[in-house]
Write a protein that binds this ligand. Structure first.
Ligand SMILES: [Zn+2]
Length: 385
C-alpha cells in the first residue's frame, strides 16, 4: 500500500486566511512613524550620492567617510524619537560637500596650526606629511629654529623656495610630490645634511645640489633621471646615495670619489646590453679641439690680447676624468666597470676623456678604477667593502 506523500508546505490555519486577504488598517501612530522613516532614508541616500560624486582624492574620501558615518549614526539611532525639524536641521545643516577651495583652505588651516604649535612649544621639527598642500604656510616664525621639515605626500608642483630662508635646516623631506625640477639655488641650504626627494618627477639634478658641503644623505629614487652629473664627486660628506628606479644606464666616474657606505641602484637600465647607446661618441667639435690645443700648449702666455668671445670659450671647461686637464665640450665617453665596490658585484661607470690620446690611454689601463681615481691622495679608509 502506497504511503500518502507529505505536504511540503504546511497549510495555513483557516482562522488566519481572512487577515491575509484583507489588509489591516494602520493606526495614526504607525503612519507617522513610516513617514519619518521614509524621509530619513530619502535624505540619507541623497547625501550619500552627493558624497560619492565629490570624492576626488584619498583625503577627501576620509573626510567624507568620517562625516558620512557621523551623519548616518545620528540618523539611524531612534529616528522615531526625533521630530521632523530635528531630522532636517541635522541633514541640511551639516555640510557634507566641500569645494576644492574649501578643502585647500581647511588643509592650510591645519598646516598653520602645526606651525603655530611648533612655535609655541619651541619645537625644531615640523612635519606636514600628507597635508596635501599646494603651497606652504608662512614659515617665517620658524626661520631661525627649524632643523627638520617634512613635506612628503603633498601636492607641491614646484620646489618650495621658502625653505631657503630656514637658516638651520638639516633635514628636508619632499617625497611623493609632483615636483619636476630642483632649482639651482638649492645651494643656499648650506646646513642641509639629509635630502629626500624620491617619487617625484625630476629629470635632471642641478649642479647647485652638489655644492652642499654637509650633505650626508641623498635620496632621489623613483624619478625620471637619466644622467647624474659628474659634479656629484664634490659631495665629500655623502655616505648614503639612493638612485633606485630611475633611467640610469651608468654612474658618473665621480661616484668613485665619494665616501659612500650605501649605494642603491636597483631598477635602472644598467645592463651591459644598453651600454653601447650610452657611450657612443660623436666627433669632437673643432672649436673644442682648438681650445684644448690652445690650453694644452699654454698659448695664453704668447698671445696677450685675446678677444672676449675667445676668452669665454677658453674659460668654459670641465675636467677630464683621466688627466684632470681642461675638457672642452662633451669630450669622449668611455664605460669601465668596477667589480665588488659599494656592495655591488659589477657597476658601470662613465668617464669623459679630454682627447683621443687620453681616451686610448685610459682604455688601455688594466688597474682597477679605484686605483686610477684615488691617485690624487683621496683616502680609501671608508671604502674597504
Ligand atoms: Zn685628459
Amino acid at each position: 500500500m502506497l504511503e500518502q506523500p507529505k505536504l511540503l508546505r504546511r497549510p495555513l490555519p483557516p482562522k488566519l486566511l481572512p487577515e491575509l486577504r484583507i489588509p489591516r488598517k494602520k493606526t495614526q501612530k504607525e503612519i507617522a512613524l513610516a513617514e519619518k522613516m521614509k524621509k530619513a532614508s530619502l535624505l540619507e541616500h541623497t547625501l550619500e550620492d552627493e558624497g560619492n560624486a565629490s570624492v576626488t582624492d584619498s583625503l577627501t574620501f576620509h573626510a567624507h567617510e568620517k562625516r558620512g558615518r557621523m551623519f548616518s549614526e545620528e540618523m539611524v539611532v531612534e529616528p522615531c524619537a526625533l521630530d521632523d525639524d530635528d531630522v532636517y536641521v541635522q541633514g541640511i545643516g551639516y555640510k557634507t560637500i566641500l569645494t576644492k577651495q574649501d578643502e585647500e583652505e581647511e588643509l592650510m588651516d591645519r598646516a598653520k596650526n602645526a606651525v603655530f604649535y611648533c612655535l609655541m612649544h619651541q619645537k625644531t621639527g615640523l612635519s606636514l606629511k600628507a597635508y596635501f598642500l599646494f603651497h606652504l604656510p608662512d614659515l617665517t616664525p620658524l626661520v631661525n629654529t627649524l632643523v627638520y621639515l617634512n613635506l612628503s605626500f603633498s601636492n607641491l608642483q614646484f620646489f618650495p623656495r621658502e625653505v631657503y630662508n630656514l637658516q638651520k635646516l638639516q633635514v628636508l623631506k619632499v617625497r611623493n610630490n609632483p615636483i619636476k625640477e630642483i632649482p639651482d639655488d638649492i645651494h643656499k641650504l648650506r646646513t642641509l645634511r639629509k635630502f629626500i626627494i624620491s617619487f617625484n618627477l625630476l629629470s635632471v639634478l642641478p649642479t647647485g645640489l652638489f655644492s652642499l658641503p654637509y650633505l650626508w644623505y641623498l635620496d632621489v629614487a623613483y624619478n625620471d633621471i637619466s644622467v647624474i652629473p659628474s659634479e656629484i664627486k664634490n659631495l665629500r660628506a655623502l655616505e648614503y646615495l639612493d638612485v633606485e628606479g630611475n633611467q640610469l644606464c651608468v654612474l658618473p666616474g665621480g661616484v668613485l670619489k665619494l665616501p659612500l657606505k650605501s649605494l642603491r641602484v636597483e631598477n635602472n637600465f644598467m645592463h651591459p646590453f644598453l651600454w653601447n647607446e650610452s657611450c657612443q661618441n660623436q666627433p669632437q667639435r673643432l672649436t673644442d679641439l682648438a681650445a684644448f690645443s690652445f690650453s694644452k700648449n699654454n698659448l695664453g702666455q704668447r698671445y696677450k690680447e685675446i678677444p672676449k668671445d675667445i676668452q669665454n670659450i677658453l674659460c668654459n671647461f670641465t675636467l677630464c676624468d683621466y688627466c684632470n686637464g681642461p675638457l672642452y665640450g662633451q669630450g669622449l665617453h668611455c664605460i669601465r666597470t668596477q667589480r665588488s665596490i659599494f656592495r655591488s658585484h659589477r657597476l658601470p661607470f662613465l668617464f669623459n676623456a679630454c682627447s683621443s690620446s687620453c681616451y686610448r690611454s685610459f682604455m688601455s689601463q688594466t688597474a682597477a678604477m679605484s686605483q686610477i681615481f684615488y691617485r690624487d691622495g683621496f683616502e680609501l679608509q671608508h671604502r674597504n667593502w
